[in-house]
Design a protein around this ligand. Sequence first.
Ligand code: IRN
Ligand code: FE2
Length: 622
Amino acid sequence: QDQAPQQTLVERQPLTGSRKLYVPGQLYPNIRVAMREIILSDTKRQFDFVHPTEQNPPVTVYDTSGPYTDPNIEIDLKKGLPRLREEWVLGREDVEALPGTSSDYGQQRAADPTLDHLRFEHIRPPLRAKAGRNVSQMHYAKQGIITPEMEYIAIRENQRIDQLAADDALRVQHPGHSFGANTPQGHITPEFVRQEVAAGRAVIPCNINHPESEPMIIGRNFLVKINTNIGNSAVTSSIEEEVDKAVWSCRWGGDTLMDLSTGKNIHETREWIIRNCPVPVGTVPIYQALEKVNGKAEDLTWELFRDTLIEQAEQGVDYFTIHAGVRLPYIPMTAKRVTGIVSRGGSIMAKWCLAHHKESFLYTHFEEICEIMKAYDVAFSLGDGLRPGSIADANDAAQFAELETLGELTKIAWKHDVQVMIEGPGHVPMHLIKENMDKQLKECHEAPFYTLGPLTTDIAPGYDHITSAIGAAMIGWFGTAMLCYVTPKEHLGLPNKQDVKDGVIAYKIAAHAADLAKGHPGAQYRDNALSKARFEFRWEDQFNLSLDPDTARAYHDETLPADGAKVAHFCSMCGPHFCSMKITQEVRDFAAAQDLTAAEALTKGLIEKSREFVEKGSEIYL
Ligand code: IRN
Ligand code: FE2
């Protein structure tokens, strides 16, 4: 049964070996950018007369976990998270508060006593732009205004690389990568953030009614982001479980979260999630619209859809997936496909179009949708309703026809200074992935691409977080700005908590692999720090620097659980005598002790070994 979330459920510990850190702004000294600092131990050499003990500075990383990992912040799920952005939004003096829950639907829900136990207690009056005002970050950016959100993002994206620059060994410069060219001094500035948003190359999803969210950016000149999907269906799961999954997704690195609930109590579930979510929240409003007409797609109307948009914008949804590219003439193009239309939103709209034999109301009312979006700063995520759902259907005419329309709609949204990203496939074999990226950049005027995987093969249900992370890493490298995760339950069922974590970690790997390949200035130092820890047998540091310290530690402890093994110069994979890293270190120490280079030492060591060998009678097996 549905229950209101309890305080005790969510995990409040920081990740092992980490602590929360806040970096102040310069333009806006009051902003405090949340980071995670991983504390490292000292390097102790075998022969400390050769190399003295060396301190390893803490490694600062991007942190999506929000206030949950700050033990100093009291959290009450019934009150929601602290409203970080409220002051910034009100300070701009371009919004006004609306009375109560202003939408008809919200009022109707509020009056229904059977929902009392599910109600979020601290509903606040929603905000809306004053008449004639546009509150989108793109609108500010185009006027040359750097908002606090933009400075927050600039600091966040750099992962405090400026502070790490002193340590040259951990600092990486790649020749020939795009970042150096695009970012002054090789790091991201608030002005650079503003320019990217103004140009439409990046979006900052931040509804004025979701002040709990920590600003983040989606664009190909920034860190590659990942989105996770949660949400109940008519069949399973409660509000409590969904809030818990949301917090869990943020804990492991989810950058944004989509509530894809389709069951009952969508409105109440979403309220709990948004109020307690430190990252932007997206939805597919047509799902709720469909619930309102009891699942009969042909009964949908523009008016009902419009009211649903307003209801959700007032609650604080940061971006809407809108499948406005599913146009009537494209539907027959899917007839010969192996898997037809696999998008839920896409198939709902296709059904409506066919039932009425009319152009989609999302397409015909697009400018009115823009008017709503800019009054709350909701970003578009233009849906790929005709994405391929199988390898056989990849890159076909229907898919690319829709993409062209999404490009046309992007231009219209930008005319209104509404932020836009473009959703992409789906199922695509590796050799067809590049074409998707190239076409998207061209047709959609460099608006950020946000792709679902893509899954690179259809034959591994149960492992589709892997089939899709392969495609996600590739398309991320080519320029996709955000990767929509896929869990091991894809095609099989609703993901549980473990599936959410597995999906997030698979996608963090894909996103980070792409950041490395693109040469993001804040990416490689973490790899270097982890490798150094690994080489020096600082096991705890190796675990703590990893994406999933708990699993790394548990795997290590499976064979060598004793505390002593955490400083041992080997693991159970090769044992003490065959550890290549141990042998290399011994070569280096030998060299240092004799004042030789490692190469000379190798030669010298070999000569000595061979002398020993000859002295013992040149027998291979003694
Ligand atoms: C992302 C890229 N392409 C699709 N997505 C996600 O799929 C989208 O953001 C949303 O979470 C979900 C929408 O699914 P349907 O309605 O297109 O199946
Ligand atoms: Fe699929």
